[in-house]
Write a protein that binds this ligand. Structure first.
Ligand code: GAP
Length: 513
């Protein structure tokens, strides 16, 4: 098993053991690519959502939020292009009977060449030390150049095939590159076929095409169809944005890698309506804003990178992803898309209703362009969990597992621990919790040794533990222990709320934006 698989397995085990994420319907052996969030997972997820929502709607007076229904009129999905074009190109290996996305097979194949380049560069860096000129090395080393040429070749052919919907060409590329099924090890591939990712169901009791409705595959369309409702009722002037969080559903074929790719997941999307012609400027603006939102969390900066799309979605004129270094390598975390007037224009056509903005300053009426930011809440959860998880060797030779979750997002902010279960210490602990619980999510724990209790809190990422001992009854002071440094300090009970608040307040994150 590779290191990457090991790390993901460890995370999955930890997430289950400590009540973050469970396999859905586990007692029935689970339902693939569907997960439930446990007590700490639900808190962490809420906190991430709240951070996103506040960053969008509180910090920008020209962005408002909505909460649209999951079910929408079926014509929405014709207008949006999802009925005709929301497809994945699939290919099966005849020996293993495993099904793959043809484009993912090719991307993983290119990633292997990229790995070679990185390894070669790292080796040279170690060899030459300070004298190493990385830029020159990448531009001249024959092994690097050869690998880069292979990547460019595959990328070029793949782009051409995808754009032309040339499924035969896509398959030929897989054959020419001698890509093998990781399970059977053979290149015995079927034809490539297109597969629509939307889940369909019947509305009411009548069946037939007219009553087929879909579970929304993105939250964005609920925003587009409400464009005029929101613009008018909230008296918005262009440029303005509409934000929404909510469930989306996709019948993903290759649904692996835990909560990274699920069939039911949650999106946090914002559509920003702008004047046609200004899209490039807003594209850059939202790229900067969104990466700042991620960076404010304080996770290592080299976990993020931008990746421009090689195949643009059916609605976009420019698009990139913010990729994150997940345990499986760099993968898409968030998309930033310049969607032009594709959606509003099509909804005008299909609904027969005008979806225009009248600019009172220029006396012009136009269909606005749209700049979209779209992030998966579950992917963001996985990003935080994977960056936060650490098995740390302590000075005394022991080991602890600690989740260094950004304090403002931690599920529990403070644990209150009476040293023993008698002599009035539990009562004192409860009284402290009563004082804190309106501001912070608190937990009471009096079971096992204090060391074990600290470990339990470390494992769920609690930023502070407060210990009540016999002295507390005399001096109204407690020992406060900080998660990351494990430093302990004696402080007055009256100071606790301020100390905890300073560290865990979400305003600390929002002020950086
Ligand atoms: N409205 C645009 C849109 O939906 P997308 O790139 O298909 O764009 C946006 O999805 C984000 O939603 C992705 O960057 C990812 O974080 C998340 N996402 C997409 N499919 C997902 C899945 N099957 N499971 C979990 N998250 C997913």
């Amino acid at each position: 098993m590779s290191n990457q698989e090991d790390r993901l397995k460890t995370l999955i085990g930890h997430a289950k053991e400590y009540g973050f994420v469970f396999q859905s319907s586990e007692i029935y052996d689970g339902l693939s690519a569907t997960y439930d969030y446990g007590p700490y997972g639900a808190e962490l997820k809420n906190n991430i959502r709240q951070y996103w929502w506040a960053a969008m709607t509180k910090l920008n007076e020209n962005i408002v939020g909505i909460d649209a229904a999951i079910f929408m009129h079926p014509t929405v999905w014709k207008a949006s292009g999802h009925v005709d074009a929301f497809n994945d190109p699939l290919i099966d290996n005849k020996d293993s009977k495993k099904r793959y996305r043809a484009d993912v097979l090719l991307e993983e194949h290119m990633a292997k060449y990229q790995d070679k380049i990185e390894k070669e560069t790292d080796k040279a860096k170690k060899k030459f030390g300070d004298a190493f000129n990385e830029e020159q090395f990448r531009a001249t080393n024959p092994n690097v150049l050869r690998a880069q040429e292979r990547i460019n070749g595959v990328e070029g052919r793949m782009k051409t095939a995808l754009e032309a919907n040339d499924l035969v060409g896509l398959r030929q590329l897989i054959i020419d590159e001698e890509i093998k099924c990781p399970i059977s090890g053979t290149a015995n591939w079927t034809e490539v076929r297109q597969f629509n990712l939307m889940f369909a169901t019947e509305l009411g009791s009548v069946s037939g095409e007219s009553s087929t409705i879909y579970l929304r595959p993105e939250t964005a369309q609920g925003i587009f169809v409400n464009f005029l409702n929101v613009q008018k009722s909230a008296r918005m002037k262009i440029p303005f944005g509409i934000a929404q969080t909510g469930k989306a559903f996709r019948n993903e074929i290759v649904a692996r890698q835990f909560i990274f790719r699920m069939r039911e997941f949650e999106q946090m999307e914002m559509q920003f309506f702008i004047k046609p012609g200004t899209q490039q400027e807003w594209y850059e603006h939202w790229k900067t804003k969104r990466i700042a939102w991620h960076r404010a969390l304080g996770l290592p900066a080299d976990n993020y990178r931008f990746h421009d799309h090689i195949k643009l979605a059916h609605y976009a004129d420019a698009a990139c992803d913010i990729e994150f270094r997940f345990p499986m390598g760099f993968k898409e975390l968030e998309g930033i898309h310049s969607r032009t007037d594709f959606d509003l224009g099509n909804h005008e056509k299909f609904s027969g209703k005008k979806l225009r903005y009248f600019d009172t300053e220029t006396n012009e009426s136009y269909v606005p362009y749209v700049l979209e930011t779209s992030i998966g809440l579950d992917r963001m959860f996985l990003a935080i969990l994977s960056a936060a998880y650490e098995e740390e060797k302590l000075e005394n030779g022991e080991e602890r597992v600690v989740l260094r979750i950004p304090a403002a997002l931690a599920p529990v902010k403070v644990a209150v621990l009476p040293l023993i279960k008698k002599d009035g210490l539990p009562e004192k602990a409860r009284a402290i919790i009563d004082g804190l619980k309106l501001s912070h999510n608190c937990q009471y724990d009096d079971k096992d040794s204090i060391g074990k209790r600290y470990r339990r809190q470390d494992a769920i990422g609690t930023p502070y533990c407060i210990t009540i001992d016999h002295e507390t009854l005399n001096d109204d002071a407690v020992t406060i222990r900080e998660r990351d440094s494990m430093k302990q300090e004696r402080v007055k009970i009256s100071e606790v709320e301020r100390i905890v608040g300073q560290k865990v307040d979400m305003k600390k994150l929002l002020r950086q934006l």
